[in-house]
Design a protein around this ligand. Structure first.
Ligand code: SAM
Length: 238
């Protein structure tokens, strides 16, 4: 866990560069759209693994209030700068410093795969959600591409290419069935799982543009080719 924190502290100052360009903005916006569809707008949100506060800002811009939590103090510092009106804290997503039934919505984007105790994290999410509150988690999914990505990245690092932080932290690539099972075991109902993202920001422009065009088709008809999995669920009403 220290390794992940150290990595994100190291890249915190440059993390947003990847989402500044057109491809990055589209990629993150697309994931955020999927997450927004699963949670209530205009409520009180907790974003776990919030990074530099990109999704906190999105939720607040849509009329809500939000708190972000992240294990990296460097990322949290950027979140505070981006959203001075929101609360941020440093901590791990599987031990939450909040009272029971505090939030209307829980979100986590591109962070769940790093959490060493996913059962613990979802148990904590369930606890801090109000009855009837909703959760959405979007994270790395197991595909043909993501299964070999860590090996490719590790080979790249061996020949001196820039460290990108993939395949280095025992991150887990989830199947739909695995994540659905975890949600149900934590007590969530109305669990839904879908795949998202085919136009990855690391693709070169012409390939990215093509991938973006076929993305809706891939997500619906060839979901096993999409890079991320998005799971939603509801805490039962009392
Ligand atoms: C790929 S970044 C995603 C950041 C942000 N959610 C976004 O969409 O830009 C992954 C984030 O998860 C955080 N993280 C990793 N393990 C964590 C843990 N156990 N608890 C809280 N945050 C964690 C990292 O520090 C990093 O900021």
């Amino acid at each position: 866990m220290k390794k992940v924190q150290q990595h994100y502290d190291e890249v915190a100052d440059i993390y947003d560069n990847r989402y500044d360009g057109n491809r990055g903005r589209y990629y993150h916006g697309h994931i955020s759209d999927h997450v927004m569809r699963e949670i209530p707008k205009g409520g009180f949100l907790l974003d776990l693994g919030c990074g530099t506060g990109l999704f906190v800002q999105r939720y607040v811009d849509d009329g809500g209030q939000a708190v972000g939590l992240d294990i990296s103090p460097g990322m949290v510092r950027h979140g505070r700068q981006r959203c001075p009106g929101s609360g941020f804290c440093v901590g791990t997503a599987d031990v939450l410093p909040f009272k029971d039934a505090t939030f209307d919505a829980l979100a986590s984007l591109l962070a769940f795969s790093y959490v060493p105790d996913p059962e613990g994290m979802l148990r904590e999410c369930f606890r801090v959600l109000k009855p009837g509150g909703r959760i959405a988690v979007c994270t790395l999914s197991r595909t043909v591409f993501t299964s070999i990505a860590p090996i490719v990245y590790q080979m790249g690092e061996k020949v001196g290419l820039k460290k990108v932080g993939v395949g280095d932290f025992d991150e887990h690539y989830y199947t739909n069935a695995e994540i659905a099972e975890l949600f149900k075991a934590a007590g969530f109902e109305s669990v839904s799982v879908s795949r998202c993202s085919f136009a990855h920001l690391n693709l070169a422009d012409p390939v990215f543009n093509l991938a973006r065009k076929v993305e809706p088709f891939v997500e619906e008809k060839l979901p096993y080719l999409a890079y991320n999995v998005c799971a939603g669920g509801k805490k039962p009403e009392d």
